[in-house]
Structures are given as C-alpha cells and as structure tokens.
Design a binder for this molecule. Sequence first.
Ligand SMILES: NC(=O)C1=CN([C@@H]2O[C@H](COP(=O)(O)OP(=O)(O)OC[C@H]3O[C@@H](n4cnc5c(N)ncnc54)[C@H](OP(=O)(O)O)[C@@H]3O)[C@@H](O)[C@H]2O)C=CC1
Ligand SMILES: Cc1cn([C@H]2C[C@H](O)[C@@H](COP(=O)(O)OP(=O)(O)O[C@H]3O[C@@H](C)C(=O)[C@@H](O)[C@H]3O)O2)c(=O)[nH]c1=O
Length: 291
Amino acid sequence: MNICITGAGGQLGQSFKSLTGAYPQWQFHFADRSIADLSDLSTVDQWLEASQPDVLINCAAYTNVNQAEEDEALARQINVDAVEHLARYCSRKAIPLFHYSSDYVYHTERGIPFRETDATAPKGVYAVTKLEGERAALAAHAGTTVIRTSWVYASMGHNFVRTMLRLGSERDELKVVSDQIGTPTYAPDLAAASLQMLQAWRQGTVSGEDMAGIFNFSNEGVCSWYDFALAIFELSGLECTVHAVESHEFPSPVERPHYSVLNKTRIKKTFQLEIPYWREALGRCLAAIGQ
Ligand SMILES: NC(=O)C1=CN([C@@H]2O[C@H](COP(=O)(O)OP(=O)(O)OC[C@H]3O[C@@H](n4cnc5c(N)ncnc54)[C@H](OP(=O)(O)O)[C@@H]3O)[C@@H](O)[C@H]2O)C=CC1
Ligand SMILES: Cc1cn([C@H]2C[C@H](O)[C@@H](COP(=O)(O)OP(=O)(O)O[C@H]3O[C@@H](C)C(=O)[C@@H](O)[C@H]3O)O2)c(=O)[nH]c1=O
C-alpha cells in the first residue's frame, strides 16, 4: 500500500517519517513544500501522478495563527482550496484522505470537553480557514477522515515547548496565560494513532465508512498553557520563574479559546486506542530533545 504524505517538513509530517520502520509492509512517499507546493496545485498533481497513493495524508497547513490575519488569501489557498483539491483527487481514485484540523474551530463557552458534533464558532483567519477546509474536504469526498487536534508539539519545528525552552534559557522570568485550558498533543502520538487507524481499516476491523468523518484527538488530561510551561521547566530541569497571567496581559491580534478540551471517546472506541497522558508524552519529547 502506497501512503503519500504532504507537509513532510512539519511537526506531524516528520513524526510520520520517524514511524515508517514500524510499518515495513507499507511504502511511504513524503513530499515537502519543495516537491508538492499547495499554493501551486500543478506541483501537487505531478507528485500525485508519480507516487500513485492508496492513501493520502495531508500534513501541510498554514499554521501561523497571528500571521494568518495578514495572509488571509494564502491561508485560504492552503487550508481550504488545496484541501478541496486533494479531496477531489481522493474521491476520483476512491482512496482515503486523512486531514488534520484544530481545537480552535470549536471556540464556544461550553466548558465541557467538546464532542465532534458540538457547535463550532472559529475566531480568526486560521481557525475559520481550518473549519472551511474540513467542510470542503468532507463535501468533496465521503472517504475523508478529519482529525481535530490541539496544541501540537514535537522535538523539532515551531511549537510551545521549544519556545519555552528557548525563552527559559534567555530569561529568568516569563508570563504565561493561565486562562486558556486545553490539552497538548505530542505529534508522534498523533502520527502513531493515525497509522493505527489505517491499520484497523486495512485489517478490516473498521470499515471505510466508520473511519470517515470527524474525530478528536489529543493526549489525555487537561492543563492551561501556564501548567504546560511549568511542566516543561520542571521536567527539563531548566530554572525559570513562570507567572500566571490572563489572556489580555499577553496581547495578540487573535483571540484564543479559553477552553478547548477535546472529548476523544469516538476515536478511542472506534479504533480501540490507548492514548498517552500529556505529561508522560512531554517527558518523551524532552528526552528526544536531549533535555
Ligand atoms: N501546530 C499545532 O499546534 C496544531 C496543528 N494542527 C493541525 O495539524 C496539522 C499539522 O500541523 P503541524 O505539523 O503542527 O504544523 P507545522 O506548521 O509544523 O507544519 C505544517 C507544514 O505545512 C507546510 N506548508 C505550509 N505551506 C505549504 C505549502 N504551500 N505547500 C506545501 N506545504 C506547506 C509547512 O512547510 P514549511 O516547513 O516549508 O513551512 C510545514 O512543513 C495541520 O493541519 C494543523 O493545522 C491542529 C491543532 C494544533
Ligand atoms: C510564548 C508565549 C505564549 N503565551 C501564550 C500565547 C498563547 O495563548 C499560548 C500558546 O502560544 P502559541 O504561540 O503556541 O499559540 P498558538 O499559535 O495559538 O497555538 C495554536 O496553534 C494552532 C496551529 C493550533 O491549531 C492550536 O491548537 C494551538 O496549538 O501561550 C504566553 O502566555 N506566554 C509566552 O511567553
């Protein structure tokens, strides 16, 4: 089976790369932006033609939440138009498409872990385009699997863990928001779960129909960004005093949700997944970084 993966240079894309050894029965084809540029669909089509996917996994996205406010056209091109294009291709070929979305699409004041069927109310260009991208993909191809995830980090790339380690080594004190609650997701755990889903489908324990649609996924547990920062410094042994602040004390052009914890019952039950606790996953990430 040919598994083709876009956005190979990102956190999730690289995490898939690190797991290929566990699936010797499958052939993986990775494309970063230099091979398949989602803002130039002819390069995407050429790569698809050459690699002939049996499954397509889209890890490419415009993910800079603040910058997206100024780059709306590009964010929409990558997070919506290109996703619809990929979904149309998968529909024509009758192959599964895996695509990723964000906890930021929910953004309502529910205060109970969000189920996939709950109302959405995204704020800001990034979150709005992520929701539009999900909808476009699901409308174009019934065999689309959308995984909504949150607070993704890895030992490489741009993420909160690496930012905290950098700032913590430069400063004695940091201010971190304590009124935004969610769950971190270690990118290799998300990649591993995605491959377990495909394996269940391939082995016939889960049908293509049951694999399609929207699923939430994050690590287990709940924390604020402040708690997350404290854990990063505690587990890495780096000394830095962290002050809990409210969101308005860390000004940003985009409002983040105060609560975006995901209910993961659907993915756990459908695929019999055991999901690691966020602090344990953070420990593995810090070990991989060498902290
Ligand atoms: N990061 C997070 O906190 C969260 C991410 N998600 C979603 O999970 C998915 C994976 O995110 P993650 O791996 O963390 O994100 P990253 O930002 O680490 O990776 C995104 C990748 O997309 C690539 N990309 C951007 N523009 C293009 C383009 N025009 N053509 C081809 N590739 C492009 C980037 O390439 P380059 O390296 O060249 O810039 C980058 O490698 C995304 O759908 C994201 O929206 C959901 C919730 C949280
Ligand atoms: C660096 C820093 C951030 N913060 C706050 C800002 C923000 O509310 C929170 C996290 O910072 P980030 O820059 O990682 O935030 P952000 O880029 O909004 O992270 C989001 O990225 C997109 C792609 C997603 O889909 C989301 O799930 C989420 O991971 O911490 C502080 O309070 N103090 C700091 O020193």
